[in-house]
Design a binder for this molecule. Structure first.
Ligand SMILES: [Zn+2]
Length: 389
């Protein structure tokens, strides 16, 4: 079976699966769902916060996530995983080219963008490439639709396996226990699933969390949830991806968007906004959608343990960004950005990440050497301009 081959070959995906699961459980246990008002509090945070009883100030300038210019530059590596990122514009471009593309056009489009795809998305793209060569008349949608029925069989096998593990863990609670009832309902949904209506992971987990909350044995409740979160989803299973995007309602554009989604460049708060980190250039790095969504609100020092290469990734990111600053791509307000990020990273990682950066004078000097003009600096609304001496 072609699907199975790719899934088994892609060991990296399987490993990512495990990491995701562990993280997801950690998030479920440690971080209660954030309420809207918490988020609001974060975004309204001042340009300073308290840490160890000491007020810390950010230089740079206040900036909304959508105005953060760094994420609009093509060719910047993620500050966390170091993989290449796509801008929103780049993603739109990719989507537009994917509409109706088949045969060689589709294969060329996918190959040209290969460096952007991550984990499961990359496995799906490899599957598409292989399938497109054998079926040159199929578009992205055509491939997903054609292989959805066989992917569904494999997906349901995986789901049943996980459900039986849940059932087994709950068996100490006796016959007809509330967890078993959830499992039986899920198995029924799988049995009677159609193209339009099928078993869904999210509502099942939500229900199971409610049920396990009533259990006295909290450790057992945790073990049951640990098993249940292994249910495959489109971000960690090629089969779940194909089933989800093999529906009539999903078009070429939607599939292309989903493939590129994890590579989108986003503004990531270095100090999480929910912990008082401000919406501020000195508190932003450009990070891919994949890393951003996985990190959630985890403090940087803790998050870094997953990425031993992070110091190198941030350095590569800032080097690339500095080039754009020198060339004037970011306007005149980012000359102190590398220096700001150096300070923020040093502070947030307890001195582990020590960046080598250019200060504004060195940036100016590099411009002079290259015969480039100094970008005009717009007036800061919230920060007085320093007077030239
Ligand atoms: Zn990343």
């Amino acid at each position: 079976m072609i699907l199975r081959n790719i899934d088994v070959q892609n060991v990296a995906v399987q490993q990512a699966k495990q990491t995701n699961v562990t993280k997801e459980v950690a998030n479920q246990q440690v971080q209660p769902e954030l309420k809207a008002e918490d988020n609001k509090k974060g975004s309204l945070a001042l340009s300073s916060y308290f840490r160890g009883g000491q007020m810390v100030h950010f230089a740079g300038h206040p900036c909304s996530k959508s105005d953060f210019k760094v994420k609009k530059e093509e060719g910047i590596p993620c500050a966390c995983c170091g993989r290449m990122m796509m801008t929103n514009k780049g993603v739109q471009n990719f989507e537009n080219k994917a509409v109706g593309a088949k045969g060689e056009d589709l294969q060329n489009l996918l190959t040209a963008n290969m460096e952007y795809f991550r984990g499961t998305e990359k496995a799906v793209v490899n599957f598409m490439l292989k399938t497109s060569k054998a079926n040159p008349d199929l578009t992205m949608k055509g491939i997903m639709t054609q292989y959805s029925p066989s992917a569904k069989v494999l997906l349901e096998d995986e789901q049943k396996l996980v459900l039986s593990e849940v059932s087994q863990k709950a068996s100490v609670l006796g016959k007809d226990n509330p967890v078993e009832k959830c499992v039986q309902k899920a198995l029924k949904d799988i049995k009677h699933s159609t193209d339009a209506h099928h078993f869904e992971r999210k509502p099942f987990l939500k229900n199971l969390v409610e049920v396990t909350n009533t259990l006295k044995d909290k450790e057992l409740a945790g073990q049951i949830l640990d098993s249940a979160v292994k249910l495959p989803m489109s971000k960690n299973s090629i089969e779940a991806f194909i089933v989800k995007y093999g529906h009539g309602t999903k078009e070429d554009k939607d599939i292309a968007h989903r493939l590129a989604q994890t590579a989108i460049s986003t503004a990531e708060h270095i100090h999480p906004d929910t912990l008082g980190g401000p919406d501020h250039t000195a508190n932003y790095v450009a990070e891919c959608g994949d890393c951003n969504s996985k990190r959630g609100h985890m403090p940087l020092e803790e998050w870094m343990e997953n990425f031993p290469n992070m110091p190198r990734s941030v350095q590569r990111n800032i080097d690339e960004v500095t080039e754009r600053i020198i060339n004037g791509n970011l306007g005149g307000r980012y000359d102190d950005y590398p220096l700001d990020i150096q300070a923020t990273m040093n502070r947030e990682t307890g001195g582990i990440i020590k960046l080598e950066v250019k200060n504004p004078e060195e940036i100016d000097k590099a411009r002079e050497e290259r015969g480039l003009p100094k970008p005009t600096t717009p007036q800061y609304p919230n920060k007085p301009q320093s007077q030239p001496s």
